[in-house]
Write a protein that binds this ligand. Structure first.
Ligand code: SF4
Ligand code: SF4
Length: 472
């Protein structure tokens, strides 16, 4: 029985409710009046529920779809301004006891190189990432209680935060590890993590169980209820996502929004981020064997619908996607992207030899961080290395309150300018520096509040003189 407030996965992600919702949407997708009403509601920028969102996704009226895209662009601008936050993944270990059929780290894959970084290696990787200009990392590790116990993850987080090289520092570590106990989530919280990210992969229980035939991850309820344990343990910000291509995307969109509604109903705060990964080619994995792949057009529409259904949640796209797809995704709602990423265990400090491949998936966007930064500038965005909210305690419900009032961009803009300036001073190529400095000049002109404007100008001068780490 569907109950968003239940603590049982099968009740807050109720299969029958999803099927009923999909039928409702199918029956109403030619109901223009109803779709128009939902678009009007979306214009209030308070979000949409799963029933409304799926109907917009299923809508085939071309003019209404254009209106949806326009609204998605507007909402993104109103909430986040023109900044795009940059981050990089850091794979700590690819040992894994699970049997996920879509991931090369599954335990049966005997030809992938297995690796686990030592603390010394992590330090080297972090220095290499700092030297690129990164300030925000997402750490990734397979599930393996012997090779990657929680103590290893905690120690690695300490190493990352404690590594300081030249002007570099990692100021926010987000964590993407397997579903774990409330006690372990408390330990992660104590270590000062940013967002805890866990992709659901698929909300369809039967498919989920088939795709995860062995290992602890086979347990659908334990995995789906992970965010509840994390939030009960005091983790303020959690990140959701499904792996598009595993199950039918309509089902996934409804499931994902029901998960969001559940978190809001129980904890009063929805997900901090939503990621939109699509299944990609990797060692031992051929994405063509999964019949549920979605084309670029559908993918873009999902991003736009999510943007208007959940205006106050950051949206992330990785280098799984190529430049063109990322460009369109940025227009329609994405607020955070990875840049210069390696999806191997190690590989930032020293490139991995081809015959020793340890990657989780093939990267489609191979550009360096500097190239991505330059590209963003030329597209009219402000590349941002900001980590201010988490460090100023603007997290969880407090963050949502600011965001829902459409005030977060008042923080994002100035922080983007200051962290971009740091990047330009310390790491950028000449060309990127030149473009970036010009854009910063224009951005400052647009700050309306004279006190803030003066403060930012002063801080920019201080950054030029060698001071670092300003934030509002
Ligand atoms: Fe392991 Fe995660 Fe890959 Fe599954 S998806 S095999 S849990 S690393
Ligand atoms: Fe993110 Fe907050 Fe910085 Fe904006 S001000 S970019 S929401 S950390």
């Amino acid at each position: 029985m569907y109950n968003p407030k239940s603590d049982k996965a099968e009740e807050f992600i109720d299969h029958n409710e999803i099927i009923k919702t999909l039928e409702y949407s199918n029956n109403n997708k030619n109901n223009r009046k109803l779709i128009e009403e939902i678009i009007e509601k979306a214009k209030e920028k308070k979000g949409l529920n799963h029933k409304e969102a799926i109907l917009l996704l299923d809508n085939e009226y071309e003019d209404l779809n254009e209106e949806i895209y326009k609204l998605a662009r507007q909402i993104k601008k109103d909430f986040y301004g023109n900044r795009i936050v940059l981050f990089a993944p850091l794979y700590l270990s690819n040992y894994c006891v699970n049997g996920c059929v879509y991931c090369p780290y599954h335990y049966k894959n005997k030809h992938i190189t297995r690796k686990k970084l030592t603390q010394e290696e992590i330090e080297k990787e972090v220095i290499a990432l700092q030297d690129m200009g990164h300030k925000r990392l997402a750490i990734e590790a397979g599930e393996d209680p012997v090779n990657n116990p929680i103590e290893y993850i905690l120690k690695s987080i300490d190493t990352i935060y404690n590594t300081k090289h030249k002007n570099g520092s990692i100021r926010r570590v987000n964590v993407n590890i397997a579903a774990t106990t409330e006690e372990n989530y408390k330990k992660l919280k104590e270590r000062g993590i940013g967002t805890y990210i866990l992709f659901q992969e698929t909300y369809h229980k039967e498919n989920y169980e088939n795709l995860h035939p062995t290992g602890p991850k086979h347990n659908y309820a334990y995995h789906t209820e992970a965010m509840d344990r994390a939030m009960r343990a005091g983790i303020d910000d959690v990140g959701l996502g499904v792996l598009y291509g595993l199950s039918l995307y309509r089902y996934e969109l409804v499931g994902l929004l029901m998960h969001k509604e559940h978190l809001e109903a129980v904890f009063g705060v929805g997900p901090h981020t939503i990621s939109v990964p699509r299944i990609k080619k990797a060692d031992d994995i051929n994405p063509e064997v999964f019949d549920n792949g979605i084309d670029d057009k559908t993918f873009e529409k999902i991003i736009a619908i999510l943007r208007i259904a959940v205006p106050y949640t950051g949206m992330i796209i990785s280098t799984r996607e190529n430049e063109n797809v990322r460009k369109r995704a940025l227009e329609l709602g994405i607020t955070q992207i990875s840049g210069g990423s390696k999806t191997s265990v190690g590989g930032y400090y020293e490139a991995e030899p081809v015959e020793k491949n340890s990657s989780q998936f093939d990267v489609s966007d191979l550009r360096s961080l500097d190239e991505v930064t330059n590209w963003l500038l030329k597209l009219g965005y402000i590349p941002s290395f900001c980590t201010a909210c988490y460090r100023n305690g603007r997290v969880g419900a407090d963050f949502m309150e600011v965001c829902k009032k459409e005030e977060i961009h008042n923080f994002c803009g100035p922080n983007a300018i200051m962290t971009l300036k740091e990047y330009l001073e310390d790491y950028a190529s000449n060309e990127t520096k030149k473009t970036g400095d010009e854009i910063i000049k224009n951005e400052i002109e647009q700050i309306e509040n004279p006190i803030l404007k003066e403060k930012i100008i002063k801080n920019l001068q201080l950054i030029e003189e060698g001071k670092r780490d300003f934030r509002v």
